[in-house]
Ligand binder design. Structure first.
Ligand code: ADP
Ligand code: MG
Length: 582
C-alpha cells in the first residue's frame, strides 16, 4: 500500500475549515456573503446560545435539488469557472469552500427553493456527512442553520473567546455587510428581540445612521477622491468626535470588508494631532478599484487583499481626508482645540473643592505655541528660597528641564501632572459614593437594537460606577448625575467609552470589576485634566509642578499608565559622555 494517499474529503474539509471558520462570526459572514451573491434583498440572521445556533435566511435565487446536493462539497461553486475568472471576481465568494467547511465542523441544515420549483429541498449534515435529504417547504430563497459549531473539533472550540466577545464579532460581521449593502434589508435577532432592524435604503449615509444612531451620523463628513483606476468615497468623523479604539473604522474594497492597517493609518495620519494620539476617528471608507489591480486571493477569509498600487491609494486616502478636515478650518463652526488650550484645569477640584485659585496651577492657560517660539526662562522670580532646585526651562513645551545639585532632570509635564492629580482624586475615597447632578443633563445615543442589553445589564453597571442614566425616547438616554470626583470631564465620551469596553468584554464580569473600572476612571479623569504636551507653561506653574514632584520623587516614578515621569542625568554620566575624569 502506498504511504502517500489522497485525503478523504471529510478530512480535507475539516482542514480547510481551520482557515475559513474561525468562530461563529465567520459562519455568519460566509452565509451572508452567499445570500448576497444569490441576489437577496432581505437577509435575516438569528444567532443565540452564544453562537451555538446560527441561522441565515435569504430571499435570493435559491438552489435546485441537484445544486444543493453539490454545493456542500468542497470546490463546488457557481461563481467562477476558468482560471481567467480569478482575475475578474465580481462575487463575494468564489472558492467553493464555505459550505463544505462549515458543514464539516458543525451540524448543518440547508433548506432551499428556487422560485420555479414547487417545493424546496432540505439537507441535514453532521460533521460534513449527509444524514438526510428530503423535500421541505421554504419560500423562494435559502436558509442555512448551523448548530453546535466545533462539536467535533474540541481544540478549536477551546479557542473561542468569551460568549460576549464572540457575539460582538457576530454583530460586527453583520454590520460590515449592512454598511456596504444599504440596498439590502437586514434583520438580526437573538432568541428574543430584534437587535438590528435595517430596512433597505439606497443611501449609505442613511444606513450608517440606522446602525450607529443620530449622534454619530451628525458628526460625519463625506469624503471623495477620483482617480483613473480607483475611487474613494466615505465618511469620517469631525475631529471632536473621536473614539478610544479602532473598532469604529470600516474599510471596503469593491464592496468587500477588508482589514488593512496601512490604509487605516492613512486616515489617522490625516488627523495628525487634531485628535489626541491615543484616540481614533470614526471612519467608513469605500474603495472601488479595477479588479485587476487587487488580489483578493491572499487569505481564504478574504479580509486581507493585496493592492498593486497601495502607495497611490494610501496617499489619495490621506489627502481626501486631510482636505476635508482643512475645509473645516475656514470660517466653519468646528472647534479644533489648540494644542495648548485646556481651560479645565483652572478649576481643578484639587482637595475636593473646585477653587478659582488652586494650589497647583492657578490661572487660565491660553497662550499659544508658534513655530520657532523657544521658551527658555531667564528670570527665576518664581523660585522660592527653600526650593532645592532650579528650573532651566521648558523643552519643546513638553518637558521641564530641572537642575538639582549634581543632577539634571528632564520631566514629562503631562505624565507628572497626571500622577499628581491621580493621587489627589484617589484620596477622595470611594469615587462613586458622591454624586453630583448635571445642571443640564447630557443626552447620548446607543446603537439601535441594544436597548434591552443596555437597560438590563449596562445601566446598573453605570450606576455602580456612579452614573445615573435614564431613558429619553428612541435610542436616546440622558445622564442625570455623575460621580462627583469626575468633575470637568466629558461625561458623554466617558460613558460611551465605558460602554464600548463593556460590550467588547474588556470590563466584563470575567475580566474586570467595578473597582477596577473606578480606578480606570480616576486615571482617565487625571489624564484628561492634566496639562498636555505642547502646552506653554508659566514660570510659576512650572515651579508648582516641580515642587510637588520633589515632595515625593519615589511616588512619581511613572504616570498612572506606567510611562516614566523623569529622566535623570547625573554629573558622572555627563562627565563620562565628554570623556572627562570625574
Ligand atoms: P462559494 O460561495 O465560494 O461559491 P460556498 O461553499 O459558499 O462557495 O457555496 C457553494 C455554492 O452554493 C455557491 O457557489 C452557490 O452556487 C451555492 N449557494 C450557497 N449559498 C447559497 C444561497 N444562500 N443561495 C443560493 N445559492 C447558494
Ligand atoms: Mg460562499
Amino acid at each position: 500500500m502506498n504511504e502517500v494517499r489522497v485525503l478523504p474529503e471529510i478530512v480535507a474539509n475539516k482542514i480547510a475549515a481551520g482557515e475559513v471558520v474561525e468562530r461563529p462570526a465567520s459562519v455568519v459572514k460566509e452565509l451572508i456573503e452567499n445570500a448576497i451573491d444569490a441576489g437577496a434583498t432581505m437577509i435575516t440572521v438569528q444567532v443565540y446560545d452564544d453562537g451555538q445556533y446560527i441561522s441565515v435566511t435569504d430571499n435570493g435565487r435559491g438552489m435546485s435539488r441537484e445544486d444543493a446536493r453539490l454545493s456542500i462539497h468542497r470546490h463546488t461553486t457557481s461563481k467562477i469557472y476558468d482560471p481567467q475568472d480569478l482575475y475578474n471576481i465580481k462575487t463575494l465568494g468564489f472558492r467553493g469552500e464555505a459550505l463544505a467547511s462549515i458543514a464539516s465542523v458543525s451540524q448543518m441544515s440547508l433548506i432551499t427553493r428556487k422560485k420555479k420549483d414547487m417545493a424546496g429541498v432540505r439537507l441535514d449534515l453532521r460533521g460534513g456527512e449527509l444524514t438526510n435529504m428530503r423535500s421541505a417547504p421554504h419560500p423562494p430563497g435559502t436558509t442555512v442553520q448551523v448548530q453546535h459549531l466545533f462539536f467535533n473539533t474540541p481544540a478549536r472550540y477551546k479557542f473561542l473567546k468569551s460568549p460576549r466577545v464572540e457575539m460582538q464579532h457576530v454583530k460586527r460581521a453583520i454590520i460590515l455587510q449592512a454598511l456596504v449593502h444599504p440596498d439590502i434589508s437586514f434583520c438580526y435577532k437573538g432568541k428574543g428581540p430584534v437587535i438590528l432592524d435595517l430596512s433597505a435604503t439606497g443611501n449609505p449615509l442613511e444606513r450608517i445612521r440606522d446602525v450607529f444612531g443620530n449622534k454619530t451620523w451628525k458628526e460625519l463628513l463625506s469624503i471623495e477622491w477620483l482617480e483613473k483606476n480607483f475611487s474613494i468615497t466615505g465618511f469620517v468623523s469631525r475631529p471632536e468626535y473621536s473614539r478610544k479604539d479602532k473598532k469604529h473604522q470600516f474599510l471596503f474594497v469593491n464592496s468587500r470588508p477588508v482589514v488593512d492597517n496601512t490604509l487605516f493609518y492613512a486616515v489617522r495620519l490625516a488627523y495628525q494631532d487634531l485628535i489626541e494620539s491615543h484616540r481614533h476617528p470614526f471612519a467608513v471608507i469605500y474603495v472601488h478599484i479595477h479588479p485587476e489591480l487587487i488580489d483578493v486571493n491572499v487569505h481564504p477569509n478574504k479580509y486581507e487583499i493585496r493592492f498593486k498600487e497601495e502607495r497611490c491609494i494610501f496617499n489619495a486616502l490621506r489627502e481626501a481626508v486631510q482636505n476635508r478636515l482643512l475645509e473645516l478650518q475656514g470660517p466653519a463652526k468646528i472647534h479644533i482645540p489648540s494644542r495648548t488650550e485646556d481651560s479645565s484645569f483652572s478649576s481643578l477640584p484639587v482637595n475636593g473643592k473646585p477653587t478659582e485659585k488652586t494650589p497647583l496651577f492657578p490661572g487660565p492657560y491660553s497662550s499659544s505655541v508658534k513655530k520657532g517660539d523657544s521658551h527658555f526662562m531667564s528670570s527665576l522670580s518664581s523660585r522660592k528660597d527653600d526650593d532645592s532646585f532650579v528650573i532651566a526651562g521648558q523643552l519643546f513645551f513638553t518637558y521641564v528641564l530641572v537642575l538639582k545639585e549634581e543632577e539634571v532632570l528632564i520631566i514629562d509635564q503631562h505624565a507628572l501632572h497626571e500622577k499628581i492629580l491621580y493621587y489627589k482624586l484617589k484620596t477622595q475615597q470611594n469615587a462613586s459614593s458622591f454624586r453630583s447632578q448635571l445642571l443640564v443633563p447630557e443626552v447620548f445615543e446607543i446603537e439601535s437594537g441594544m436597548k434591552k442589553v443596555f437597560e438590563n445589564k449596562l445601566v446598573p453597571r453605570l450606576k455602580e460606577i456612579g452614573y445615573d442614566v435614564e431613558f429619553f425616547g428612541g435610542n436616546s438616554y440622558i445622564i442625570k448625575s455623575y460621580p462627583t470626583v469626575l468633575k470637568d470631564v466629558d461625561h458623554k465620551t466617558l460613558v460611551q467609552d465605558y460602554l464600548d469596553d463593556m460590550m467588547s468584554g474588556k470590563t466584563g464580569e470575567s475580566t474586570g470589576t467595578v473597582e477596577r473600572y473606578q480606578e480606570k476612571l480616576l486615571i482617565l479623569s487625571s489624564c484628561k485634566k492634566a496639562v498636555k504636551k505642547g502646552a506653554k507653561l508659566k514660570e510659576y506653574e512650572l515651579y508648582e509642578l516641580i515642587r510637588e514632584y520633589f515632595k515625593a520623587p519615589d511616588k512619581y516614578q511613572t504616570c498612572p499608565h506606567g510611562r516614566p515621569v523623569a529622566m535623570k542625568l547625573d554629573r558622572q554620566e555627563i562627565d563620562k559622555y565628554f570623556h572627562r575624569d570625574y
